[in-house]
Design a protein. Structure first.
Lengths: 180, 148
């Protein structure tokens, strides 16, 4: 009686296995993200040696930003709010000798950021971000005027990008903080 | 003699290879599932700061990390702010100079990525930066999240 029932077909259809595997592979390929490091890049100045004095910098070419432990900002001894910093940095860099108080050319302009030892790190990063943002906007503008394409679309290491970078070199100085 | 010959002729030689892809596939999956990419065990707590104008680091092999944040103690408590390089905490700040110098010798185009907790004080970051300047590793990157 049992025997008569037989075993039927024991095979599983295998022909579509490859399709399934392929589908899974594609799914995981698409879904997987390898996390990329992002951050604000900066090049530190080398340790000055004692024999060569630091190059002279004219007062007008230097923009002093001071951030204290409470997150309050002084720009050239005058209080300012962090959101206004970007515009001020932009006018400072892109002055081109018009205002006698501001920089002579973007090439001469130096932005100096000085903090307190107890300044929270995120306040400092906010500050640096604003300054970077100012440079980014200026470069974007220059790129649009010159090539008609946004700066971000210029390829890394390309000639055009280098040209724009040369127009607005990032001269940011991180001063050593005061004790306290 | 003939007896032996006959025996050899009758047996089929060769391993069935039709199932080999399956075996290979299974091995692949096995290793994929069991592999754990080596990560640094963090001994400090780091909550990244966020910024808008950030750039990607494309060449990951050039990067060396310095972690700065409050030390993780047992039971979810946090201790003082410490510096961690690779797998160990660095107690003596001045030792960073030598560590980084050695790394720079191995990789002349080294980028140091500073992964700093957002609530740390900037003083310790400056100390580390001074050490980096002494070591000659001048390219740094403040690791931040993208601001949403």
């Amino acid at each position: 009686m049992f025997k008569k029932r037989g075993r039927g077909d024991a095979d599983i259809p295998m022909s579509s296995l490859a399709d399934i595997a392929f589908l899974l592979l594609v799914f995981f390929l698409v879904v997987t993200t390898i996390d990329v490091d992002t951050g604000i890049g900066l090049v530190l100045p080398p340790i000055p040696d004692d024999t060569t004095p630091p190059p002279p910098v004219r007062e007008r070419n230097l923009m002093n930003i001071l951030v204290n432990a409470q997150g309050m900002v002084l720009i050239n001894e005058m209080p300012a709010a962090i959101p206004t910093v970007r515009e001020r940095v932009k006018t400072f860099i892109d002055n081109r000798g018009v205002d006698p108080e501001l920089s002579e050319s973007p090439d001469d302009a130096i932005v100096s950021i000085k903090t307190d030892r107890r300044t929270p790190y995120n306040v400092y990063i906010d500050m640096l971000d604003e300054v970077m943002g100012a440079y980014e906007e200026l470069r974007h503008q220059a790129s649009m005027d010159r090539f008609g394409v946004p700066y971000s679309s210029l390829e890394q290491g390309s000639e055009r990008r280098a040209e724009i970078q040369e127009m607005y070199p990032k001269k940011i100085s991180i001063a050593e903080p005061d004790e306290g | 003699m003939s007896k032996f010959k006959k025996k050899q002729a009758n047996t089929k030689q060769g391993v069935p290879t039709s199932a080999m892809p399956d075996v290979v596939f299974m091995l692949l999956i096995f290793f994929m599932v069991t592999t754990v990419l080596r990560e640094v065990e963090l001994q400090v707590q780091i909550d990244y700061a966020a910024a808008e104008n950030i750039e990607k680091i494309e060449q990951k092999r050039l990067v060396s990390y310095v972690y700065i944040g409050p030390e993780r103690l047992g039971g979810g408590r946090l201790g003082e702010t410490k510096v961690q390089i690779d797998d160990a905490l660095v107690d003596d700040i001045n030792a960073i100079r030598n560590i980084m110098y050695d790394k720079l010798m191995e990789q002349p185009r080294l980028i140091v990525s500073l992964r700093v907790d957002r609530d740390s004080e900037f003083g310790i970051v400056t100390d580390v930066q001074q050490e980096l300047r002494h070591a000659g590793t001048l390219r740094i990157n403040y690791s931040t999240r993208r601001q949403i």
